[in-house]
Design a protein around this ligand. Sequence first.
Ligand SMILES: Nc1ncnc2c1ncn2[C@@H]1O[C@H](COP(=O)(O)OP(=O)(O)OP(=O)(O)O)[C@@H](O)[C@H]1O
Length: 276
Amino acid sequence: MTGDAADALTCTGLAYAFGATNAVDGLDLTVRQGEVFGLLGPNGAGKTTAIRCVTTLLPVPAGMVRVFGHDAARDQMAVRRLLGYVPQQLSADAALTGRQNVALFARVFDVPRRERAERVRQALAAVGLADAADRLAGTYSGGMVRRLELAQALVSAPRLLILDEPTIGLDPIARTGVWEHINAVRAATGMTVLVTTHYMDEADQYCDRVGLMHRGRVRALGTPAELRQGLRERLGADALPTLEDVFRAVAGSGLDEKSGEFRDVRSTRRTARRVG
Ligand SMILES: Nc1ncnc2c1ncn2[C@@H]1O[C@H](COP(=O)(O)OP(=O)(O)OP(=O)(O)O)[C@@H](O)[C@H]1O
């Protein structure tokens, strides 16, 4: 094992292309142990592709990815054992109860048989689904489905939890609920959380540090306050820039209308469709 195992994740010069499209184009990124890190960017910035390389669902054709020091290209199984992953696509089965859904993940992730029932119970309780555990997931609201998926990822006690757009398509109250549970779990376990989002306001409120990703690369990195302050110093003391202003300043004219839409209407789809 090489690399800095003190960091949860290090990407160095990561690149991934779909044909002529350089989806990830020299990504440098470090996520420290125990932090909630937000990878921000508009549609098409390359967030999901980068996450898929980190989770070993895609290969690492160029550059380096290390998870707690393990090389994702060479030691896939070690990396997978350390990760919990909630993809954008629905992973809950509408025809099973919440408890059955989480139990399925406990089996797949080899949670010892004797511990399974208790670990499933704990995971459901951690996301506020104890009372709804024995209802069919098909009867859950969008926010409950998202929290169920969080429980599925938590049952294997990952050291790095990766969430791809965890609040997309949810109403503001459900979004707050998801974030509160993410933070409660982080506080209780000390696990590291990497989250992608294009809701800049959420990242500002809930992430310790953020990386602003545009056209395959992180263009600015820091705490939300540092990034806002940096732009404020450029604009003048009277300015009160938001994280979205910072992003626009960083992306500049490269942020065209097609790729610059932060709020993705089409994405309201998935939660409703998957378990509807
Ligand atoms: N399977 C694929 N085949 C071809 N091109 C792809 C594929 N997946 C992604 N791309 C392209 O790669 C680029 C990065 O896409 P990616 O999904 O990683 O971005 P993103 O930041 O996650 O955006 P979104 O929030 O819309 O998912 C985009 O130009 C996209 O069209």
